[in-house]
Design a protein around this ligand. Structure first.
Ligand SMILES: [Fe+2]
Ligand SMILES: [Fe+2]
Length: 214
């Protein structure tokens, strides 16, 4: 991803469009090695493989949404440091995106067909959060990461025990998401008022139900 710091507004929009295309249609490149690569590749039975693929597709969509949210939020962030923070976090989300895509392929499956839609919706939400100011912007990061961490925990419990590779990936993702939240908190995130966290949870529940299958 291109660093946004020295770009003109037009460059930024072009870079955002590039990010959207890379995220949805490209093959994102991870900067860190896949944490699942060294875990044993246990053969799963058909039902287990399908279930693991459904969960990893949800996680992949989650990372598509994370890219879109962060890039949308960064596009309208008022403070340069907040923007830099958001773009740095987006790079770590690119690792997550690439790892989930690799695991989906290993599980003989594919990403969600609705990814363009998930990206567009999340980008719009990111812009809306960002336009409320940097305190909101960072508060939104904290709430998103808190919810993602909770669902990663849930997936770690419901993945087939033999799926060590997916488990290794989710373990590192969970640690990264916790750090993203912590950094946003330290930068002055404000607490989002009700019903925002509830609406976010409902939207993510809808995403998870659909992405498990499509
Ligand atoms: Fe992530
Ligand atoms: Fe994150």
């Amino acid at each position: 991803m291109t660093a946004n710091r020295t770009l003109t507004p037009l460059d930024r929009w072009l870079s955002d469009i590039q990010n959207a295309l890379d995220t949805v249609f490209g093959a994102p490149h991870a900067e860190r090695p896949n944490p699942g690569a060294d875990a044993p590749d246990v053969v799963l039975d058909d039902a287990e493989r399908r279930h693991a693929a459904g969960l990893m597709r949800i996680n992949h969509v989650g990372e598509v949404c994370a890219q879109a949210l962060y890039v949308g939020q960064a596009a309208v962030a008022r403070d340069e440091q907040t923007r830099a923070h958001l773009m740095a976090a987006a790079q770590e989300e690119t690792d997550h995106l690439a790892w989930c895509a690799q695991r989906l392929a290993e599980l003989d499956s594919r990403p969600s067909l609705l990814n363009p839609l998930w990206y567009a919706g999340s980008y719009a939400i990111g812009l809306a959060a960002g336009l409320r100011g940097d305190g909101w912007n960072l508060g939104f990061v904290v709430e998103t990461e808190r919810q993602v961490e909770a669902h990663l925990d849930e997936h770690l419990q419901t993945l087939p025990p033999a799926d060590m590779r997916s488990r290794a990936i989710l373990g590192v993702m969970k640690a990264d998401e916790a750090r993203h939240a912590e950094h946003a908190r330290a930068r002055g995130a404000r607490r989002l008022p009700p019903p925002v966290p509830t609406v976010m949870a409902l939207a993510s529940k809808l995403m998870k139900t659909v992405a498990y299958r499509v």
